[in-house]
Design a protein around this ligand. Structure first.
Ligand code: TRP
Length: 454
């Protein structure tokens, strides 16, 4: 396995700069923004969580995104291969990333499956005014066959897209999905903030109450930034490995986190004010989107509500797809680059393992709900292992590698395209890689990890 992979010469590339930005933003924008960010905000007290989240994106997110882009493009190899060729003592970081991708794909397709199910529920008219939304959601997630069936459908969509390769599959899909997503969210946000009583929700979202903050909240916000930006596990290394040497990494590393954050905040503006205005519970947890949103839409009149609801869940599915296919791609490119598998075989194998894990995660909210480890069911366990542990530690490892081992001049050469691109903040960025980010992650991790038991 140590010789150079034979796939290097004919390595696929993104067809255009816009294609790459959209694909990277497509990876970042997903269930993390639309499903997780609003309910994490609601569960962690509102404004203060949002402020800490924004700081995490600003200080850690931008810098780490640029590091991952630089490592991937420099080597033209997916995470494990990138570290192996640069310094094989760090290969474990890439392998840990493949592990994270597998674990995330052990629960992400479950939520993707719920989203597909809600598209169908909207179409069949199950989510009409007066329906019991709690019961509908509860029945779906605690079922045995139904949620597993939708998870399978969702995973198959990923497999088909990723089997198509980079420019053929992922790029085309992202080009179509991202703009549609953005427009639909704007429409929904306008609807939400014009509801009578929406002001209280905006206040909840943007007015921090610092008394609610503890180590667990800060780690949750940091982990959420990693999750939402697809960082800390080599996903952006892998995407950037398909990138042309002429691309401007610095500007892309600003655009992608900015877009992702915009969409997360927009999702918060769609969901939180509407939830509060209509008297629902903001701290409802993972069910927030699925329980509250249909109820919100149903109060807008049968036809309009139903159309908006359909828009919304289609949008959730599309955004989820462009994210989970990047996770699948991390695993697939590892198998292709490192294990010399064909793309088709790698996709099939990874898809099967992910399906088996997803079955376990799905059943952990129904038939297997009695089975817990440290107070977490399998679904929560998969989420917390990655969000609170492997991704922050992976991010710390990547910045230690860049700051202390790869070194300043190699990093400078790669991010400035050998001096042809101006990057005024280079010294500040490198200082952040070397000192600020490892120390911040270390402190936050140690103070927050005690909240792991659920
Ligand atoms: N960022 C995506 C979301 O917000 C999920 C995701 C895709 C991801 N690729 C990742 C998370 C890599 C962590 C690491 O839904």
């Amino acid at each position: 396995m140590d010789q150079q992979p034979s796939t290097v010469e004919k390595r696929d590339q993104f067809g255009s700069r816009m294609g790459f930005i959209l694909a990277a933003a497509g990876s970042a924008v997903g269930l993390g923004n639309l499903w997780k960010f609003p309910y994490m905000t609601g569960a962690n007290g509102g404004g203060a969580f949002v402020v800490i989240y924004l700081l995490a994106v600003l200080i850690v997110g931008f810098s780490l995104m640029l590091m991952e882009f630089a490592l991937g493009r420099n080597t033209s190899l997916a995470a494990a291969g990138a570290f192996r060729t640069l310094d094989n003592r760090f290969t474990f970081l890439g392998v840990m990333g493949v592990f994270s991708a597998f674990i995330i794909m052990g629960f992400y397709p479950v939520v993707g499956g719920w989203s597909v199910a809600y598209v169908v529920k909207t179409l069949t008219g199950e989510l009409v005014a007066g329906a019991s939304y709690d019961a509908i959601f509860g029945t779906l997630i605690s079922g045995t066959f139904t949620p597993v069936f939708w998870t399978l459908i969702y995973l198959l969509m990923n497999v088909v897209i990723v089997a198509g390769g980079i420019s053929g599959g992922i790029e085309k899909a992202a080009k179509l999905m991202m703009p549609a997503l953005f427009i639909l969210l704007i429409i929904l946000a306008i609807r939400s903030i014009t509801l009578p009583g929406a002001g209280a929700g905006l206040e909840y979202l943007f007015k921090p109450d610092w008394s609610l903050v503890n180590g667990g909240v800060v780690l949750a916000a940091l982990g959420q930034a990693f999750f939402s930006l697809s960082l800390g596990m080599g996903c952006m290394i892998t995407y950037a490995s398909y990138l042309d040497k002429k691309e401007n990494l610095v500007s892309t590393a600003f655009i992608v986190p900015a877009l992702d954050t915009l969409i997360a905040i927009l999702a918060g503006i769609v969901i939180i004010p509407a939830t509060i205005a209509l008297g629902f519970e903001v701290g409802a947890g993972p069910g927030l989107v699925f329980v509250t949103i249909p109820a919100v839409f149903a109060t807008m009149g049968a036809t309009v509500g139903r159309i908006l609801s359909l828009f919304f869940f289609v949008l959730v599915v599309l955004a989820a797809l462009t994210s989970s296919m990047s996770l699948l791609e991390v695993v697939v490119s590892y198998l292709v680059d490192e294990k010399n598998m064909t793309r088709k075989k790698a996709v099939t194998l990874a898809g099967i393992v992910m399906f088996i894990m997803s079955i376990a995660a799905s059943l952990s909210m129904g038939a297997w709900s009695g089975f817990t480890i440290m107070g977490n069911n399998i679904f929560d366990l998969f989420d917390k292992i990655t969000t609170n542990i492997t991704m922050p530690l992976g991010g710390m490892g990547i910045s230690i590698f860049v700051g202390w081992f790869w070194g300043k001049e190699k990093a400078r050469g790669e991010v400035t395209n050998d001096g042809t691109i101006k990057f005024k903040l280079f010294d500040l960025w490198f200082f952040a890689c070397k000192w600020v980010i490892p120390i911040i992650i270390g402190i936050v991790f140690l103070t927050g990890i005690s909240s792991f038991p659920g």
